[in-house]
Design a protein around this ligand. Structure first.
Ligand SMILES: Cc1cc2nc3c(=O)[nH]c(=O)nc-3n(C[C@H](O)[C@H](O)[C@H](O)COP(=O)(O)OP(=O)(O)OC[C@H]3O[C@@H](n4cnc5c(N)ncnc54)[C@H](O)[C@@H]3O)c2cc1C
Length: 328
């Protein structure tokens, strides 16, 4: 059993702990932990969250999304208290043909519909429930959580681990010995609204995307925005109005264009830790530490989490079980 420290308690870090904890001794170290009041410092509490596939730049990323879907589907069946639930989705992608949509042959109950619409079953979850639930599940299997902020990965080198995993999301832009300039911070704003909507809507035209994610608890998340110019945690009232206007165009029977006609539970503003060139899952030896990087999922950490975790586990095993170098 090897000792592994994971920096980061978002969906990526906890999914890695989940995959590795069956065989290893795991500690998660993070500045922000599940159950904390959500802040702009991390992304995972702010997600919708739905599983709408896409945004992949490689076959590896497609495999990561498939692996994640399979694991989440299993949770939706066996662990309903996790908040993972199955829903029907109307999934429009104006900028793609059906040949571009790899998930048309993968998602359950795909119905044949005129392009650009694909109807299928998919998954949703509520991060307010899922993240604390996941933390408790991990603690039950022996995973430890420690609150700590690191200035660099080398700050962790005296912890006595065999492998250090960097799952810090956009922390990887600031860690002194990472400073990944490919990190791209994409601000997103949504509204959590009282509604009995039961079916998910996603309409992506390549520039804007509009979605309604039912949480099946009497509320729905309305969005969305992708904003690379602003990192402001403040609610942008123009974006609120624009979201309701777009939602009304798509679902006029359920939502008016005027936000004040609705019971808004809260507005959400978060930053997605995306990365130009795709997710980084790589190993490195530095300052006497074996490091596995696992950050920078393009768009959706909940559509990548368990797949990134399996890819990271493969690298951990390469480090732990590679034959020692022959002595000359
Ligand atoms: C409005 C919005 C809606 C979204 N909707 C969806 C959706 O429907 N589906 C979906 O899949 N995704 C969605 N996302 C994206 C998703 O939330 C992110 O991709 C995902 O949460 C990234 O997870 P992560 O674990 O990689 O990073 P994070 O959640 O940011 O976690 C990073 C962790 O690292 C820790 N950390 C960072 N730096 C340091 C340091 N120096 N020292 C110690 N700890 C550190 C943090 O404290 C935190 O614990 C949405 C995002 C937003 C903002």
């Amino acid at each position: 059993m090897a000792r592994i420290t994971i920096i980061g308690a978002g969906i990526t870090g906890m999914s890695i702990a989940y995959v590795l904890s069956r065989n290893h001794d795991i500690t998660i170290v993070a500045k922000n932990l599940p159950g904390d009041k959500p802040t702009i410092d991390w992304a995972s509490p702010w997600a919708g969250a739905s599983f709408i596939a896409g945004g992949c730049s490689s076959a590896d990323e497609v495999r990561m999304q498939r692996d994640t879907f399979a694991e989440l589907w299993r949770l939706s069946v066996s662990r309903p208290e996790s908040s993972v639930k199955q829903v029907f989705a109307e999934d429009f992608h104006d900028d793609k043909t059906k040949d571009d949509i790899w998930w048309k042959d993968f998602m359950p109950e795909v119905s044949s519909t005129p392009s650009p619409l694909l109807c299928h079953k998919t998954l949703i979850l509520n991060p307010d429930v899922f993240l604390p639930w996941f933390k408790t599940e991990l603690e039950r299997t022996g995973v430890r959580f420690e609150r700590m902020e690191l200035k660099s990965l080398s700050d962790a080198r005296n912890r006595g681990h065999d492998v250090l995993i960097n799952a810090t999301g956009f922390g990887s832009l600031n860690l002194q010995d990472v400073q990944d300039q490919n990190m791209q911070m994409i601000r997103g704003q949504t509204a959590l609204v009282k509604s009995s909507l039961k079916q998910l809507l996603m309409h992506d035209n390549g520039e804007t995307y509009t979605y309604a994610i039912p949480r099946l608890d009497g509320t729905v998340i309305l969005g969305g925005t992708r904003d690379t110019d602003s990192k402001s945690p403040d609610i942008d009232s123009n974006q609120v109005n624009d979201i309701f206007k777009r939602i009304n165009e798509h679902l006029p029977d359920q939502f008016s264009a005027n936000p004040s006609d609705h019971e808004i539970v809260r507005h959400n503003v978060g930053i997605r830790p995306s990365r130009l060139g795709g997710v980084r899952v790589e190993k490195e030896e530095r300052d006497g530490q074996n490091i596995v990087h696992a950050y920078g999922v393009p768009g959706g950490g909940y559509i990548f989490g368990f797949g990134v975790a399996r890819a990271a586990r493969d690298l951990v095993e390469e480090i732990l079980f590679s034959s020692p170098k022959p002595r000359l």
